[in-house]
Design a protein. Structure first.
Lengths: 305, 326
């Protein structure tokens, strides 16, 4: 178990390093921020001087090495746009994004998994029909499209909810449902197909042979087995939702990381982009690691492997 | 002595890609307390479907179309799902072919065996169940049972898993144990151990056993009665010793002749020619007629009635039973 844990942590570190390296190189291929930082009438010599001050004239490998050394001290560089440490800028915006993605994921799990179970227990029943419709819509259109429809119906026409902004729970409802619907669809379908398969397994049959009540057969014997792939899928959903949040944040003027990353790329604010991506990658790998450990907790075959 | 289980005219349909087939066709037999009945037949002859129908645990594509399953005088087919839950695992146990897949991989042995006590005897606490779990594990001869309580199925060998499966099925001292090819997936040496265990348990508890198998040697050593199935129907049934000595159906005759004899001279076994018919396209008359060397026009057009042969204890579904009997 300890070996497994060490191995997984080492893998996570390598993953994060690779992600930071890729974003570090790519952002430098997009453009040169000195054009944006200096007025148009500045000379090439001025820009060269600024590049040297910012360390941008060194080879990329040298810059990356310097970045890694700083990273060890928790320093992710300065944002030239905000004149603040890039990490502080990112951390200031991470709260709203986490709130949005976590709420969406919770909606996805709380709607998708029970619907999946119910429709697997009675395939072609009315719950199955409703669930299939929900899944179809959820996967047919991107979340921001539902966001726009929601705004039109519930904010503009019915005036039940504010069109956009950040504050109390009334601001969270529409963006979270628009984003969570997509997850609910995938989770429902995966739960349904896994449950269908597990419910025909020999060990579920044996549980019935034992005379265990049907609800225990479904929720204990079958669901625990069907939950394993669903868990993995849900953790991947977290990353997908963080990505989906970018468009949803734009629709609802949600002051999160998605909007920050978009603006920072447009302004070639290298430090902020790097910091945002690094922090996201860290969170994502941390969640994957946690899920892997949870997996080992649930499945004894992994625990002792 | 009255029958513990009496199956009357049981008919089970199964929806398949080639249409609805009658997997179990008008099957009747009975089992007396403490006796062992063998259900013998080739794959697809309806043995397992018969067992699943008795347990009311058919796959979603299966449907019991008719008949009665009288257990202690009550028709199981008329019971509610909740009543069946109370009977399964308590009065009727069943072990299945593959112990590698019949135990839940995510729960330890104590949990899986303990569930029987929990749901049938109402023992809610794990602590209260433990002595009973240990007792039943030692009865199926799992060594150092107290050390294996927290073990998971993947930590056991196939034979040990089958012992666990037997343990949770005899835990409530059922009157009837259905063993659906309990040794097919096991090594030959382990097969003998499992059969010996079943026999010991039967002597100890006096439970009746239905043993589904295609191994005639096992039938001979283990069972009192035998019912031979062919293409969904029982073709011959009666006491094992009599049927093995003097079969009254050409199919039984063929099966027995195909048994390798110790010290036998022939290097080739006389197999029954041909294949069993597909249940989707059965011949009009006797289903065995196309493979039968005795078949006449009568056999090919009309399914034979039950012929009582050699007294009232055995029956054969062959027009020429008396001739086969010799």
């Amino acid at each position: 178990m300890l070996r497994y844990l060490t191995l997984r942590i080492a893998q996570s570190i390598v993953t994060v390093l690779l992600v930071t390296m890729i974003i570090f190189v790519i952002i430098r291929l997009i453009g040169d921020p000195t054009h944006l930082m200096l007025p148009p009438e500045a000379t090439e010599a001025d820009r060269e001087l600024l590049r040297q001050q910012m360390g941008l004239s060194d080879p990329v490998a040298v810059q990356y090495w310097r970045y890694l050394l700083q990273l060890l001290h928790g320093d992710m560089g300065m944002s030239y746009r905000f004149s603040l440490p890039a990490l502080d800028v990112v951390l200031g915006r991470i709260g709203p994004t986490l709130l949005l993605t976590c709420t969406s994921l919770a909606i996805g799990i709380l709607v998708g998994v029970p619907l999946g179970v119910a429709s697997a227990v009675r395939p072609d029943g009315w719950i199955d029909f409703v669930a299939k419709a929900i899944a179809l819509f959820g996967q047919a259109a991107p979340p921001f499209f539902f966001g726009l429809i929601f705004v039109l119906v519930f904010a503009v026409q019915l005036r039940w909810l504010p069109t956009s902004g950040y504050g109390g729970p009334q601001y969270l409802i529409m963006p979270a449902i628009a984003l969570g619907w997509y997850s609910a669809a995938g989770l429902m379908r995966l739960t349904r197909s896994n449950m269908m398969e597990v419910l025909t397994s020999e060990y579920v049959r044996m549980a019935r042979i034992k005379g265990v009540p049907e609800r225990v057969v479904v929720y204990k014997h079958a669901l625990k087995n069907a939950a394993l792939p669903v868990l993995t899928f849900a953790s991947l959903q977290f990353g997908i939702l963080m990505g989906g949040a970018v468009s949803i944040e734009s629709v609802f003027a949600w002051p999160g990381m998605g909007k920050l990353i978009l603006d920072s790329i447009a302004n070639l604010d290298y430090a902020v982009v790097q910091a945002a991506v690094t922090v996201s990658a860290l969170m994502f790998t941390a969640i994957n690691l946690a899920v892997d450990l949870l997996y080992a907790y649930i499945d004894p075959r992994i625990r002792y492997a | 002595m009255s029958d513990l289980l009496r199956v009357e005219n049981l008919t089970t349909w199964l929806a398949t890609e080639s249409g609805i087939i009658t997997a179990v066709d008008d099957v009747s037999f009975s089992v007396r307390p403490g006796r062992a009945l063998a259900l013998v037949g080739e794959s697809g002859s309806g043995k397992s479907m018969t067992c699943s129908s008795i347990m009311r645990l058919l796959p979603a594509s299966g449907h019991i179309a008719g008949g009665r399953v009288l257990f202690e005088g009550e028709d199981l087919l008329a019971k509610s799902p909740a009543e069946m839950e109370a009977i399964r695992g308590r009065k009727i146990g069943m072990i299945v072919q593959d112990p590698m897949t019949s135990l839940n991989p995510l729960f330890d042995v104590e949990d899986q065996v303990g569930e029987v006590f929990r749901y049938h005897l109402g023992d809610r606490s794990r602590r209260a169940r433990r002595p009973k779990v240990l007792d039943v594990l030692s009865r199926v001869q799992i060594p150092a049972a107290e050390k294996r309580l927290g073990s998971y199925p993947h930590e056991f060998s196939g034979g040990m898993r089958q012992r666990v499966a037997i343990a949770l099925n005899i835990a409530c001292a059922p009157k009837l144990l259905i063993a659906d090819e309990p040794t097919t997936a096991l090594d030959v040496t382990v097969q003998q151990q499992i059969l010996a265990l079943l026999r010991d348990l039967q002597r100890e508890t006096g439970m009746a056993i239905i043993l589904v198998t295609h191994d005639l040697h096992t039938v001979q050593r283990f069972c009192d009665e035998v019912a031979i199935m062919y293409a969904g129907r029982i073709v011959e049934q009666g006491p094992v010793a009599e049927i093995f000595a003097r079969p009254a159906h050409p199919y039984t005759e063929g099966l027995l002749r195909a048994l390798p004899q110790l010290g036998g001279q022939e290097d080739r076994l006389p197999l029954i020619p041909g294949q069993p018919p597909s249940l989707a396209s059965l011949p009009a008359g006797c289903r065995f007629a196309p493979r039968c060397r005795r078949a006449t026009d009568l056999c090919r057009t009309e399914y034979p009635d039950w012929m009582a042969t050699a007294g009232e204890t055995r029956r054969s579904a062959c027009w020429y039973a008396d001739e086969v009997l010799g």
